[in-house]
Design a protein around this ligand. Structure first.
Ligand code: 0A1
Ligand code: ZN
Length: 878
């Protein structure tokens, strides 16, 4: 247990800051065993907000060694301030003054990777959300915005590159081989957007001409061995800059934009003003070392961080309860970008899958929270799929409700009205309302309540009256406004252009352009003059983050797979058909009867394979069965082992039945071409490798030979990794062993590739056993202090090797808990994220649930639990 329970912070307690920091002048003197930080803050009381209050000045600082404080050049004596826990209180200050503070920190011992730390041979920072307080005493809150000037001093030979936000304004050599570079950022910003980098780095240069003809220098800094992996990120950056101009009218606002790649990083990347810092896995790629999936991730994350320059930096959050203001909106923007650059339907499928497997699970678990939470203990725990992805879905619903033009009017007004401000989610919605002269009052419920709304739909066809009635019922007593995109499909496979019954047409504009706005607990749509009973296509494009139930027959699902004009629903019909068949097989196993796969599923997959009007990317998606996690998420009580047994059985039956067709497809797609990370080639490889992985689920060794040949001959990581994964995830042990060995031999000097090698084993049913995980944890390639390695081994084990993680003897849970306890001290953010698979223990069959709970209790009993881990574990045990 912790000595004292951490306190929750509440949104309702928000108060404007008592002080404003007009200017922030920082000086960093970096050494191997400490760093000295000298700050000079030009401050004044915030009289606009607190007219007659003489509050003391209270700064926060964490793990700092305070050396000296002075106000207006006069050093403070000990009785003029109080240093207690993480607060530095200066009792008396005037209305405007300059505060100088000197303190020391130890970046070389910072394993939490928050604040200033060392990654390999370089210094770097991570200040969001509350990392700046580990650098110096400050008003570390996003509504305090300041102009930063930063001088960085370090040994010139070891750290030739010294960077911070904005433009370099001075540089010079100093005594003892040291040098100094000063930076000035002309834009006011909160300290969470501060960044500093010092290292021996090489730079990839580029440039971009903005829509108003300003030339921006683009620089990507990496360690020298990675300079050949920067081209794609540079290309993605230029495309992002152009797209944000075209789509949102947003122009970049400094003369230089920098990206730095670091190996030790808790998250994907960080949008520091003008100086984005990236996890190297989210920026470095070349065809030999990166898979198509990595390329796509890089494209999306480069765009995401760049888009934050407007949605996050120019307009920032008033407080951390508004986190989704920047994250939800920016995720929405990057998803639009990815949809524009690649297949929009496939992007929608991927986003909806994350919502339905990961977000719905979070929303049904102990850490469920609204997109605008009411309280938190540790803000780092709230960088969640709810804040990010559900937040993005909400913005997407606003887009659906207002239409593209209305949405753009709203975003223009938002940026114009709030440029340079720190605002709330409410102000975002108000801009959308005001620009469109509409009210979103009921809609705002989405931001304030946790949980996934359920909508049940029933239909009735009156063949005499030729009417078709859809009745919608939503679960929540205080109803949400839910945009439900829908269509009715006639026997010929075409959408019917049905009219609503007259009485309903004007009712709150309930149904327009195929989008029905469900606003009440129960609502009925009656379509007239419907000549034959249609098949309804509901929740097209996954138009709202809800669970929608409609009792489709398997024949109707097959029909939708064939004919739905909406790509998302065509795919979803296939998923629902497969789900239904898997449930049936699960039941057969549980009854002890001979399992039998409904032939209609095989027929449906055959006809998918035969179609030449579906693009490769979509086809690859349609061939995949629902994942074990998703199937689990659809069950009241999750029995991973039973789900896995049924799913694997259905998969092998399909593989056998489709083998010839799949082999033909594989052959057709397996053409020699020089690798390009562009959508068509990626889709082709994706489909080819999906076929290969099915083929290795059959008993025919000749198909494993295909994988071996592909593995040996491939000139790109996508095909090598896919071949390796297909062997690792099948019963071809000897081939898998030898491939794993030669792969490591070849790639051991490339950390990002080795991480993929670790993950493909740790996440597999065959190699992700406890014994193997323990071996991987002891492998020379593993390092518990590196978050990417932790994710590759421990994260992949608990998140993907589900039958091993959920082994009946509880050994998987124990291993995870051991690592959480170890990481709790080293890196609380990473430790806390690992709790997630255990935290949902209540959903699992009882014997497993109890063992998961015991491990949570064991963690809870530890001394010195970090706030991060304490919050998640304690909430899981309530
Ligand atoms: N704002 C960044 C992600 C980020 C969030 C939190 C961090 O530390 C707790 C670090 C990075 C983004 O959305 O890309
Ligand atoms: Zn973000």
């Amino acid at each position: 247990m912790r000595d004292a329970q951490p306190e929750s912070i509440y949104l309702k307690d928000y108060q404007a800051p008592h002080f404003v920091i007009e200017e922030t002048h920082l000086r960093f003197d970096l050494f191997e065993d400490y760093a000295q930080v000298d700050s000079r803050l030009v401050m004044r009381r915030n009289r606009e907000q607190h007219e007659n209050v003489e509050a003391p000045l209270v700064l926060v600082g964490k793990q700092l060694e305070l050396l000296a404080i002075a106000i207006d050049g006069v050093r403070l004596s000990d009785d003029e301030y109080l240093l207690e826990d993480e607060l530095l209180t200066i009792h008396k200050v005037s209305d405007s003054f300059e505060l100088e503070i000197s303190n020391r920190i130890e970046p070389q011992n910072n394993t939490a990777l928050e604040g200033l730390y060392k990654s390999g041979g370089m210094f770097c920072t991570q200040c969001e959300a509350e990392g700046f307080r580990r650098i110096t005493y400050y008003l570390d809150r996003p509504d305090v915005m300041s102009i930063f000037t930063t001088e960085v001093i370090a040994d010139k030979a070891k750290y030739p590159i010294l960077l911070s936000n904005g433009n370099a304004i001075a540089q010079g050599d100093l005594e003892n081989g040291r040098h100094s570079v000063s930076w000035h950022d002309p834009h006011r910003k909160p300290c969470y957007l501060f960044a500093l980098v010092a290292g021996d780095l090489m730079v990839k240069e580029g440039s971009f001409m903005t829509m108003n003809g300003r030339k921006v220098e683009l620089k990507i800094f990496v360690e020298p061995q990675n300079i050949d992996k920067t081209e794609y990120a540079m290309d993605a950056l230029k495309r992002s800059m152009k797209w944000d101009e075209d789509k949102y009218g947003r122009e970049y606002d400094l003369d230089i934009f920098m990206i730095v790649a670091v190996d030790d990083f808790n998250m994907g990347a960080m949008e520091n003003k003008g100086l984005n810092i990236f996890n190297s896995s989210c920026v470095l790629a070349n065809p030999q070392t990166a898979t198509d999936a990595s390329y796509l991730r890089i494209e999306a994350i480069v765009a995401h961080e760049y888009f934050h320059n407007w949605s996050g930096n120019r307009v920032t959050c008033r407080d951390w309860f508004q986190l989704s203001l920047k994250e939800g909106f920016t995720v929405y923007r990057d998803s639009q970008f990815t949809a524009d650059m690649n297949s929009a339907a496939v992007k929608r499928i991927e986003d909806a899958s994350i919502m339905r497997t990961v977000q719905f699970a979070e929303d049904a678990g102990p850490m469920a929270h609204p997109v605008q939470p009411d309280s938190f203990m540790e803000i780092a725990n709230f960088y969640t799929v709810t804040i990010y992805e559900k937040g993005s879905e909400i913005v997407g619903m606003i887009h659906k409700l207002l239409g593209a033009k209305g949405f753009r009017k709203g975003s223009d007004l938002y940026f114009e009205r709030h440029d340079g401000q720190a605002v709330t989610i409410n102000e975002f919605v108000s801009a959308m309302e005001d620009a469109n002269g509409t009210s979103l009052t009921q809609f705002k419920r989405w931001y304030k309540s946790a949980g996934t709304p359920v909508v049940n739909v029933e239909s009735y066809y009156d063949s005499a009256a030729k009417t078709y009635t859809l009745t919608f019922n939503q679960s929540c007593d205080e109803p949400f406004l839910i945009p439900i995109e829908l269509g009715l499909i006639g026997r010929n496979g075409q959408d019917i252009n049905a009219e609503l019954a007259a009485g309903l047409i004007n009712k709150r504009d309930a149904y327009k352009k195929g989008i029905f706005q469900l606003t009440e607990k129960e609502q009925v749509l009656v379509f007239t003059d419907v000549k034959e009973e249609p098949v309804p296509s509901l929740l097209r494009d996954f138009s709202a983050p809800i669970k929608l139930n409609y009792d489709y027959s398997r024949d109707q699902l097959m029909f939708l797979m064939q004919h739905d004009s909406d790509g998302f629903n065509r795919w979803d019909a296939g998923q629902n058909l497969a789900l239904d068949v898997i449930y049936e097989v699960m039941q057969q196993f549980s009854d002890g009867t001979q399992p039998k796969v409904d032939g209609r599923l095989i027929t449906a997959y055959f006809s998918v394979l035969k179609r030449d009007d579906i693009d490769h990317a979509m086809l690859a998606k349609m061939l995949l069965l629902p994942s074990v996690s998703y199937i689990g998420e659809t069950q009241d009580v999750i029995d991973i082992l039973a789900i896995n047994q049924a799913r694997s059985y259905v998969q092998s039956v399909l593989a056998e039945a489709l083998a010839e067709k799949l082999a033909e497809l594989y052959k057709k797609l397996n053409v020699q071409q020089s690798y390009l990370p562009e959508p068509e080639q990626m889709a082709q490889r994706g489909l080819k490798n999906a076929a290969l992985s099915y083929l290795l689920k059959t008993d025919h060794k000749k198909y494993c030979d295909l994988a071996v040949t592909q593995f040996e001959n491939s000139d790109n990581m996508t095909d090598s990794m896919a071949a390796l994964a297909s062997m690792v995830n099948s019963g071809y042990k000897a081939q898998a062993e030898s491939a794993l060995e030669s792969f490591y031999d070849k790639w051991q000097a490339e950390p990002l590739v080795v991480n993929q090698w670790l993950a493909v084993q740790a996440g597999s049913a065959e190699y992700g056993t406890i014994e193997n995980i323990n071996k991987l944890l002891e492998h020379e390639a593993f390092d518990i202090k590196n978050p990417n390695k932790v994710r590759s081994v421990i994260g992949a084990f608990a998140g993907q090797s589900l039958i091993n993680f959920h082994a009946l003897d509880g050994s998987g849970y124990q291993l995870l808990a051991d690592k959480i306890i170890l990481l709790n001290q080293l890196n609380p953010q990473i430790a806390s994220r690992l709790v997630s698979p255990l935290s949902k223990w209540r959903r699992y069959v009882d014997s497993q649930a109890q063992q998961m709970k015991q491990q949570l209790q064991r963690i809870m009993a530890q001394n010195n639990l970090s706030k991060d881990v304490y919050e998640v574990v304690s909430k899981s045990l309530i």
